[in-house]
Design a protein. Structure first.
Length: 199
């Protein structure tokens, strides 16, 4: 059955066996025409304290294995965690480069190669440090019937944005990944300048 609200419409769903466990994959389109995915484990409708990971697209990390960020590590950690639960949701949002897009993300990489950190690079390009919006994530969670969530995140801004959009947060599950020599400065910047809750 397809669901919709005034901002988001469900396009299709199918069984989705993965190396992390069996999910149901559901595709959605937001009001701007961007398409997003929900990987749903078990029956989450009407459930409270559902473990949820909201993951913004990172082509360079998720698909190409970049070591400049921790995105793929966070994605794999979350899928492994969710695959062991009876219920859970991973939302995959099309918000490349913290919302600045793929081309601008590579421009930001170029500026980082010249000595700027990840926040300085975004600001130098004329963007805020993080342009991501979680209103579509909130829409999708409501369409899935999730009553409240345990959010897999290290990002306090994500918690605040979801609550602002009407999602009840029961708690936070830290996403623990090890830094490497290529992303250590990036992670320190996220902790120091973006207040990410990293060890």
């Amino acid at each position: 059955m397809r669901a919709e609200n005034e901002n988001t419409v469900e396009l299709a769903s199918a069984d989705f066996p993965t190396r992390y466990g069996n999910f149901r994959i559901r595709a959605f389109r937001d009001r701007k025409g961007k398409e997003h995915l929900a990987l749903v484990r078990g029956d989450v409708a009407g459930k409270s304290g559902v473990p949820v990971r909201i993951h913004s697209e990172c082509l360079t990390g998720d698909s190409l294995g970049s070591l400049r960020c921790d995105c793929r590590d966070q994605l794999e950690y979350s899928l492994t965690y969710l695959g062991k639960q009876e219920e859970g949701v991973l939302l995959y949002l099309r918000q490349e480069g913290r919302g600045i897009g793929l081309g601008n993300k590579i421009k930001a990489y170029q500026l980082q190669d010249a000595g700027l950190d990840t926040v300085e690079a975004n600001l130098n390009l004329g963007f805020d440090e993080d342009l991501r919006d979680y209103s579509t994530a909130a829409d999708i969670l409501k369409m899935l019937g999730v009553d409240s969530v345990l959010l897999l995140t290290n990002n306090p801004a994500k918690l605040r944005d979801l609550e602002k959009n009407g999602v009840k947060i029961e708690g936070r599950i830290p996403v623990v990944v090890e830094p490497n020599k290529y992303n250590a400065v990036y992670l320190k910047t996220k902790k120091k300048k973006m207040n990410h809750l990293l060890g």
